[in-house]
Design a binder for this molecule. Structure first.
Ligand code: ACO
Length: 328
């Protein structure tokens, strides 16, 4: 109760495409099997967008739910921060499309690209705005349609990803609840272990031999190794920063990339599996949407009570990674 302003969650929401794509269906599309996908990744189904379910529509759907939970309206939003790498347009930002769809006429809006860490980066940025003005209402969203960015002939990647959106409406709190620690990291030297080309090929002067089309490319084994190490170290960093131990934490929501990454983290952090929220079996890797989607599910399932400590950690292309602790 020292008067410090912390980022406090007023409401959560999520939105998923209707279409469920099963591992069995993927068996008919590429040389793979339900058994390989389930044992190597933990994924059983994922959602795939259809018409009217572009990234901005999923994002707006999640934001509406968060507003509803908070008992506020679109006109109350001051800022829309949206983490995504798969907007339906390069310009304007997906956040501006969401603003239009919501009718959030009093907000300013922009996207943020930190790949799978996009939501935590956006939450961290919201915290900085709230330190300047605690009264702001900020809609923090992670939304993706990675189905539009994977090569559906590449079994190494197409089985891993899914579409969806999650949102948190946040404001400032000075009663000790809210975000109590947060730390983000990047290492651009490793960019080519997990990447996606842009449309550089439209200008022959700028296109280069590396441009292989706007698809996700990944050296899975290396990404796996870095992801475990980086998320564990980010978690340890924020625990130290806040003077807490992992035993104090009620629930951990890691980025949902691969169940084996999560299991490796559980071992290294020495936490009981029940403390870790997992829904990768249903949705696959939804990149920036994965943490807010899981957070909304956990919240609606009653897994978080006032005063509980929530720890989120992410890892993505860049590489980018980070961790955040919130007192619920
Ligand atoms: N079905 C069947 N076989 C496959 C498939 C598939 N879908 N994909 C790859 N294989 C084969 C490979 O060709 C290889 O065959 P080979 O031994 O004959 O060469 C074999 O399976 C093993 O391949 P590995 O890549 O070594 O398999 P691994 O156990 O590492 O699992 C995976 C691959 C699932 C991609 C894993 O490395 C992983 O999850 N890495 C992290 C990926 C990740 O999390 N990315 C995203 C993080 S950041 C973000 O969210 C964007």
């Amino acid at each position: 109760m020292d008067g410090t302003t912390n980022t406090f969650v007023l409401g959560t929401g999520s939105c998923l495409p209707k279409r469920v794509l099963t591992n069995a269906e993927l068996e008919g599309m590429v040389d793979t099997s339900d058994e390989w996908i389930a044992t190597r990744t933990g994924i059983k189904t994922r959602r795939i967008s259809g018409p009217g379910e572009e990234t901005s529509h999923l994002a707006a759907g999640a934001a509406r739910q968060a507003l509803h939970m908070a008992g506020l309206t679109a006109g109350d939003i001051d800022i829309i921060l949206l983490g995504t790498v798969s907007s339906e347009m390069s310009m304007p930002s997906c956040a501006c499309l969401v603003q239009k769809e919501l009718g959030a006429v009093n907000a300013f809006a922009f996207d943020l690209n930190a790949a799978c860490s996009g939501f935590l980066y956006a939450l961290d940025m919201a915290d900085a705005y709230l330190k300047r003005d605690p009264a702001l209402k900020i809609m923090v969203i992670g939304a993706e349609t990675l189905s539009s960015r994977v090569n559906w002939q590449d079994r190494d990647t197409c089985v891993l990803f899914g579409d969806g959106a999650g949102a948190c409406l946040v404001t400032g709190s000075s009663n000790g609840s809210g975000m109590i620690a947060s730390k983000m990291f990047s290492d651009g030297r490793l960019f080519d272990l997990l990447c996606m080309d842009s449309a550089l090929g439209m200008n022959p002067e700028l296109s280069n031999y590396q441009n292989q089309g706007s698809f996700i490319r990944m050296i899975g084994r290396d990404v796996f190794r870095y992801a475990v190490r980086a998320m564990v170290s980010a978690v340890e960093h924020v625990l130290t920063q806040s003077g807490l131990t992992v035993d104090d934490v009620t629930l951990i929501i890691p980025h949902q990339a691969n169940i084996r990454i999560v299991k490796s983290m559980i071992e290294r952090l020495n936490v009981p599996a029940e403390k870790i929220y997992v829904n990768i079996d249903k949705y696959g890797n939804t990149s920036a949407a994965s943490i807010p989607l899981a957070l909304d599910e956990a919240n609606r399932e009653g897994r978080l009570q006032r005063g509980d400590l929530l720890l989120c950690c992410a890892f993505g292309s860049g590489f980018t990674w980070g961790a955040t602790i919130l007192r619920w």
